[in-house]
Each structure stands twice: as C-alpha cells, then as structure tokens.
Design a protein around this ligand. Structure first.
Ligand code: NAP
Length: 256
C-alpha cells in the first residue's frame, strides 16, 4: 500500500482524488486550505486547514507515511507549492505538479499583461487618469482587494464590480462598487450579459487558465473590453503535467 497526498483547492484536484482512489493499493488523501465555507464537504477532501508552514508539512508527510505528493493547487497558490517542493525534497518523496495551461492572448483580445497585482493597480491607475477605465470588473479573489480600495481613495472617479465566491469576513477591505457572488463555471452568454449590463470597460483578471472562468475573457473579446491580465507567480522546480490523465499515468506506472 502506498500513501498519496494531493494538495488541492481546485476542481481538478477533486477530480484527481476521485480518479486516483480507483488505483489499487493506493490510499488517497486530499488536503485543502479551507479558505471557503464547506471546503471539507467538497468531493474527495479528507483534511482541511494549513499544515503550519514547511516544518508542519514535513511533520505531516512523515507522520502519515506519505510516499507520493501531487501538487494540484491553483497556479496562484505559490506559497503552498513552494512548501510542497521543500518538504518533498527534505524527505525525498516523489512529487508531481498538475498545472493548468495558462490562457493565451488571441487575435481580437485587448490584453495588458502585467507581472503581479501591484503592476495591475499601477496600470489601472494610469488608465483611470486618462479616462480609459471607469467601470472595472475585478476578478482577483479576496486577498488583494485592499490595493484597489487604496487606488479608489486616491482617484475617486472609478467604479468597481467585484465578483467573490462568498461573503467575506469583516477583516477585508473591499473597494466601493457592486459586489456579486458566484463560482465558476460561468457561461459565455451570462458573462456577455454581465459585462454589458454594468457597462464594463476594463477587467482585471489573474491568468488562472482552465475553462471554468474563461468565459469572461471570451466575452471581453466579443465586446472589445480591455483585460489587465496578471501573470502567474513562478512555480518551484520539478516535474509538471497539464492533465489529470497524466497524473494517473504517473501514479499507475509507479513513476513516483
Ligand atoms: P497560498 O498563498 O499558496 O497558501 C497560503 C497557506 O494556505 C499555505 O502556506 C498553507 O498554510 C495553506 N494552504 C494552501 N493550500 C493548502 C492545501 N491544499 N492544503 C493545506 N493547506 C493549504 O495559497 P492561496 O493563494 O491562499 O490559496 C489557498 C488555496 O485556495 C490553495 O489551496 C489554492 O489551491 C486555492 N485557490 C487559490 C486561488 C488563488 O487565486 N490563489 C484560486 C482558487 C483556489 P500552512 O503554511 O499553514 O501550511
């Protein structure tokens, strides 16, 4: 019997956990951070919550006799991926990363690609001053919203539509505007309606990749809306694959 730990928090991780559970002689654990309510009820999830940094993850891997580690976290969850790399290296545990391909700009897209969230704020600031961006759709998650609040307090003539997965705890600063709730997959038609209804002229998005949240990008292309696209943080070194099938092959072949 081998013990597999999957670092999750994505739809792919849940699907992978379910698929991997069909492999004989493999015990599958799927860990999520627990950033959203009901995280423990998602398919395949067996544990919820942080490990307590790299040392906590090392202890966990050692105490649970983990033989294989698959990092199937979101491409912007850089910290846990680096922890996974360091902990697996320390214990010499085979590790594989499941990474969605990033979105690529197509011919009719109007993207401004930036390296990180601060660069997105800086670009947006220039756009607001020039009048190019007045109604902005923010789909950047909850952690970095305060940067847009700060921008708004300096340059008042900006309105935000903010999409979140669920209501936030009180300790988050959210820019003024309209908050809507939703979790992908979003349909192309609904995204077209949303962008048109709110007269959005600019979207700020992470380059998350995948299908679930791509419709807003396709809808922006159709409507000629510019997208400030935030590039992914760098991932740690190590073997990477793009599909669940490739992870299953890796597990079945015992490449780990
Ligand atoms: P992060 O910055 O890389 O990680 C922050 C801390 O959260 C980690 O140090 C770890 O705490 C804990 N953590 C993260 N993933 C975990 C997992 N799978 N199991 C146990 N603990 C985990 O990650 P983040 O950007 O806050 O994202 C948190 C989770 O949400 C990730 O699992 C990610 O897959 C998912 N997610 C993120 C995004 C995004 O845009 N960032 C979008 C969709 C889903 P300790 O140091 O205490 O171990």
């Amino acid at each position: 019997m081998k013990n597999l730990l999957i670092l999750g928090g994505t739809g792919e991780a849940s699907k992978l956990a379910i698929a991997a559970a069909t492999i004989p002689d493999l015990d599958v654990q799927l860990s999520v951070a627990g950033c959203t309510s009901g995280a423990g009820n998602k398919p395949g999830v067996t544990r919820v919550g942080g490990f307590g940094g790299v040392s906590g993850l090392i202890d966990y891997l050692r105490d649970r006799y983990i033989d294989l580690l698959v990092d199937a976290t979101h491409p912007f969850a850089a910290q846990i991926s680096h922890h996974g790399y360091l902990a697996a290296r320390e214990l010499d545990i085979p590790r594989l990363m499941l990474v969605r391909p990033s979105w690529k700009e197509l011919q009719k897209d109007n993207w401004l690609e930036v390296g990180n969230i601060q660069a997105a704020v800086d670009i947006l600031s220039g756009n607001i001053l020039s009048g190019e961006s007045q109604r902005v759709f923010l789909t950047v998650g909850k952690k970095q919203l305060s940067k847009f609040s700060e921008l708004q307090s300096k340059l008042q003539n900006i309105w935000f539509l903010i999409r979140l997965v669920e209501p936030l705890e009180n300790n988050y600063t959210i820019p003024l505007g309209r908050i809507i709730f939703g979790k992908g997959p979003f349909s192309y038609e609904d995204e077209l309606d949303l962008l048109s209804h709110y007269h959005i002229d600019t979207i700020v998005s992470k380059n998350s990749g995948g299908h679930a949240t791509y419709s807003k990008i396709a809808a922006a292309r159709e409507l000629g809306i510019k997208v400030i696209m935030i590039d992914r943080p760098s991932l740690p070194i190590g073997k990477k694959v793009n599909t669940i099938e490739e992870v299953i092959q890796w597990l079945r072949k015992g490449e780990g």
